[in-house]
Design a protein around this ligand. Structure first.
Ligand code: ASP
Ligand code: MG
Length: 398
């Protein structure tokens, strides 16, 4: 039997009417003969409201209690959606992360899924039920509730799709697909019909916000296609699959604001413990090693935590410094490391007076750190210079 996993974000389940509509989407797949698993987020801005509420009671609420609190949001949605489905005459059942067999490590607030025991879900599916699972949550070996990091419902959906060997995983959201750049910044950005897991991973890590980065890794594991589509209007969306772009093609320009660089000087091999520690706290950093200096590219919100970790290993280096108020722009695609793209970016920045801090190539493209005030202009210019601007006539000819 073919299995389809559908995921609906907060906006898509933001009211009773929208939940009814989501029930309709699930039923439609069921009527086509698929087994259906639906993963939902908390309604609308519920999670933000809960975070705010916690802040009114404590300056630094413990992460265990935060997870206890935040996991309630998704639980509201699963029960309501299941009621809506039952009201329409469907057989359906709601499951928390724990009931769905989602095991995680014990990093509260940012846990990783370690395994999924699919027996319960499979049993419900073979009994003909639509299974509605709470996104963003799991349980540790010791029975503690955990959450997967903000935006983590995508990861629940992709990990379930992978574990169940689903035919596809539809990510319903409030945009109609993945764009070549952020359309609010680059008006000529175009929707991409199909892209590879690797390219999508780069968009997501660069803060594109359409998909949680870990979701892509899970989907890639069993090559489950992910389809990003709108829950508010019909359309084919963007298909993310193993199909790669042709070599050397550039697929987009991503940008990320609020970036800091922490440079550790004089670390002759002593950095490995620091990196290990950062990984075990699940802090994502991009790292550039240059002789005895190690630059960690981090989000502003992680500066405090990274500083604390690095300071704990003061014997392993001579000193460190932090540059704040930067932004990052990334040219995404399979660029052959010929230096050609790097040269083009450097020249474009020079011609348009963009204050660049550094440019480097990585496996997913080319990144540049620029002053915060220049990043939007940089994105628009690179988008144009790499031939990505959407021009009506270009589409018409194709
Ligand atoms: N409700 C969680 C959040 O707002 C998880 C999610 O929406 O994916 O981050
Ligand atoms: Mg999201």
């Amino acid at each position: 039997m073919s299995i389809v996993v559908q995921k609906f974000g907060g906006t898509s389940v933001g009211s009773a009417d929208r939940i009814k509509r989501v029930a309709g989407y699930a039923l439609k797949e069921k009527e086509k003969g698929h087994d259906v698993v639906v993963v939902v987020s908390a309604m609308d801005k519920t999670t933000d409201a809960l975070v705010k509420l916690a802040g009114e009671l404590s300056d630094v609420p413990r992460k265990r209690e935060m997870d206890m609190l935040l996991s309630t949001g998704e639980q509201v949605t699963i029960s309501l959606l299941t009621m809506a489905l039952q009201h329409k005459g469907a057989e359906a059942v709601s499951l928390t992360g724990r009931q769905a067999g989602i095991r995680t490590d014990a990093v509260f607030g940012n846990a990783k899924i370690t395994s999924i025991e699919t027996g319960r879900i499979e049993g419900e599916l073979s009994a003909g039920r639509i299974v509605v699972v709470a996104g963003f949550q799991g349980v540790t070996e010791d029975g503690e509730l955990t959450t997967l990091g903000r935006g983590g419902s995508d990861t629940t959906a992709a990990a379930l799709a992978s574990a169940l060997k689903a035919d596809r995983c539809d990510i319903y959201t409030d945009v109609d697909g993945v764009y070549t750049s952020d359309p609010r910044v680059v008006p000529r950005a175009a929707k991409i019909d199909g892209l590879s897991y690797n390219d999508m991973l780069c968009f997501a890590t660069m803060g594109a916000n359409v998909l949680h980065p870990r979701a892509i890794k899970h989907a890639k594991e069993h090559l489950v296609p992910l389809i990003v589509r709108s829950s508010l209007k019909e359309g084919r969306g963007s298909v993310i699959s193993a199909k790669a772009q042709k070599n050397g093609s550039i697929v987009g320009v991503a940008l990320q604001k609020g970036i800091s660089v922490l440079t550790i000087h004089g670390c002759d091999g002593g950095e490995s413990l620091i990196l290990y520690d950062l990984d075990s706290h699940h802090i994502e950093t991009e790292r550039i090693k240059h002789r005895e200096d190690l630059a960690l590219i981090i989000k502003d919100e992680d500066v405090h935590a990274v500083k604390k970790i690095v300071s704990g290993y003061s014997g392993a280096y001579s000193h460190f410094e932090i540059a704040e108020d930067l932004s990052k722009v990334c040219v995404i695609g399979s660029i052959q490391s010929s230096g050609e793209v790097k040269e083009k970016v450097t020249n474009v920045f020079h011609d348009y007076h963009i204050g660049k801090v550094s440019v480097w190539e990585s496996s997913v493209g080319l990144s540049a750190l620029v002053d915060r005030g220049d990043v939007e202009k940089a994105a628009r210019i690179l988008h144009m210079h790499f031939g990505l601007d959407y021009i009506e006539s270009k589409r018409a000819i194709l």
